[in-house]
Structures are given as C-alpha cells and as structure tokens.
Write a protein that binds this ligand. Structure first.
Ligand SMILES: CCC[C@H](NC(=O)CCC(=O)O)C(=O)O
Ligand SMILES: NC(=O)OP(=O)(O)O
Length: 312
C-alpha cells in the first residue's frame, strides 16, 4: 500500500479485514516493522479516537510518533501562484516537503470548510500533502472521507455478523451543528464493497453525493428502512445539495430502542446523547460503538503495516 487517503487504496478488502482481525489477536507480532520509522500526525481539527488509536497502532509496530495540533495561527496557502502578502504564512509546497524531512509517513486530519463544495470535494488539503510530500499519506478524516473509520466499521460488522448477508442501514439523525459528509461517504463506499444488504435513509434534501451513493437504495422513510435491520449505523451530516447547511433538526429521526429492536447500534463517536440516539440504546447490549472504537487501532495498524512493508 502506497498511501491510505481513500478506501480504494485497499486492494483486497476482505483480506485486509481478516488480517486486521489477526493483528487484533497478536498486536505486537510486527513490533519491529516500524523500527527507526516516524509517523507525523497533523490535526487541523480536534480528535480523540483517531488521535489515540493511530498513535497506538504506530507504536504497536515499533514506530516513533510525532503529533502536531495545528491551530489557526499556522495559515497555509494552498493556491498556486498566490502573492502571499495577506494572512497565509507558508505555502503547502514548503510545509509538506519540510514535514517529509522528519517523517516516513504523514497522517492528516482536515475537515471541510462546508462553505465551498468544489474546494472541499477537490480534497485540496490531503491531496496537496500527497502531491508535495512524496511520502505515504494517511487520511485521518478529510473534507469528504474518513477511510480509517470505515475500515474499523467493516471489521466490526465482520465480527458481529450472524448471517451471510446482513441488512445494514445508514440512518441520518439530527445534530445541532453542521457536520461533514465524510463519515457517511466512507461508510457508504465501504458497504458497497461488502456482502451486505445496504440501505440509506435520511430526510429529503440530505441526499449524499450521487457519485458516492451510486445505485444504493435510499428511502426517506426511516421506519421502513430500519425494518429487520441487523446493523443500524447512525450519523448526522449537513446537506450536500444545499451545501453545508442544516435543513432539519427533526427529533423524530433520533434513534430509539423501539425503532431498532434487536439490531446492533453503530456510531463512529463522538455522539450527542438524546439528540442522535437515546440513552437506552447506547446503554444497551445492542450498542457496539465501543467495539468500533477499539477496532480503530487495528484498522490503523493494518494500514500502517501494509505501508511499512512497501517502504522497507
Ligand atoms: C468522527 C466524527 C467527526 C465529526 N464529528 C464532529 O465533529 C461532532 C462534533 C460535535 O458533536 O460537537 C464528523 O461528523 O465528521
Ligand atoms: N470517530 C472518530 O474519528 O473520532 P475522533 O473525531 O474522536 O477521532
């Protein structure tokens, strides 16, 4: 693997899932693979799971880790040819190449602006690091994707599936803030690669990018979608069509115990209790959100392992 900025960087998804599950059983089996190699993680946005699980994964492989929380003071310029006499102090061309002097692998989290759809969906930030750093880049959630989360979700569904073709539902839920489509986009892309019966449900106006959803079943009727579901993955996202805006905060879309019956409840976390999902669901045995969070380590570890194997 040369980089992991997109789920399609994985050549064989079922093999990668199985290898991650093997790594989970013996997390230190490749503890020398990353010796004398450094992972530099750059966070333009906050994180708990991604920050901790990716560092744990790198250390399980013997890597050194440097983490930089980038705040607004370090304004990077991404436009070519700009006369930088305003508030950007460094061009991505220098920044990416400089960081690459200290790193063997760069991992980047940079959320979307949710203002400029073309810029966000061009994935300018993560693609600029890939273009200029000339070393492997890992996506820690970018403007339109969260491939490490989706890989952890796939591992979790594999572990909890009790039938050959489980019914998986991605349901939108309300949220007080305008959130990225990244997690939803990557979950949809991943479900399209797995042997599952997959449905997306959301209010009108929350249709995801059709280049992502393709011919996946979509319904505005949440109850119909949730019927007989084995896994219910819940996530809020802002409108793609009316880009970055909140069109609904309809609390009838909040997930309740009554709605999901015996289905396994999934969420990438962090989750707004009693807005996205009621306490009773999160506190029940049907919730596998902690298992998902644990699997983030092994998703990152299998990705870093495959990148290191190509580097060595
Ligand atoms: C892994 C999820 C990261 C992010 N979620 C949030 O930023 C939620 C923040 C909040 O609830 O205040 C998102 O939806 O993409
Ligand atoms: N799910 C996830 O990526 O969580 P963080 O934002 O805490 O990293």
């Amino acid at each position: 693997m040369k980089k992991y900025t997109d789920i399609n960087d994985i050549t064989n998804i079922s093999q990668t899932i199985n290898e991650a599950i093997q790594l989970k059983k013996a997390p230190f089996e490749y503890k020398n693979l990353g010796t004398n190699k450094t992972l530099v993680m750059l966070f333009f946005n906050a994180s708990l799971r991604t920050r901790l699980s990716t560092e744990k994964a790198a250390r399980n492989l013997g890597m050194d880790v440097i983490c930089l929380q980038i705040n607004n003071s370090w304004n990077l310029e991404f436009e070519d040819g700009t006369i930088m006499n305003l508030d950007t102090s460094e061009h991505i061309k220098e920044a990416a190449k400089v960081i690459a002097q200290y790193a063997d692998i760069i991992a980047v989290r940079a959320f979307p602006s949710l203002k400029n759809k073309d810029l966000d969906y061009a994935e300018v930030i993560i693609n600029s690091f890939t273009k200029y750093a000339n070393i492997p880049v890992v996506n820690l959630e970018s403007a339109t994707a969260h491939p490490l989360q989706a890989l952890a979700d796939a591992i979790t569904i594999n572990e909890f599936s009790t039938n050959k073709r489980p019914k998986v539902v991605l349901s939108w839920a309300p949220h007080p803030k305008a959130l990225p489509q990244s997690v939803a986009n990557s979950f949809v892309t991943m479900m399209q690669l797995l042997p599952v019966d997959f449905t997306i449900t959301h209010p009108e106006g929350y249709e995801l990018n059709s280049e992502v959803t393709k011919n996946t079943k979509v319904t505005y009727n949440q109850d119909e979608a949730l019927k007989d579901a084995d896994f219910v993955y819940v996530k809020n996202w802002s409108s793609y069509k009316d880009y970055g805006n909140i069109l609904s905060q309809d609390e009838n879309w909040m997930i309740t115990q009554k709605k999901i019956n015996n289905a396994k409840f999934m969420h990438c976390l962090p989750v707004r209790r009693n807005v996205v999902v009621e306490d009773a669901v999160l506190d029940s045995d049907n919730s596998i959100v902690i298992n998902q969070a644990n699997n983030r380590t092994y998703a990152a570890q299998i990705v870093l392992k495959q990148i290191l194997e190509e580097l060595n």
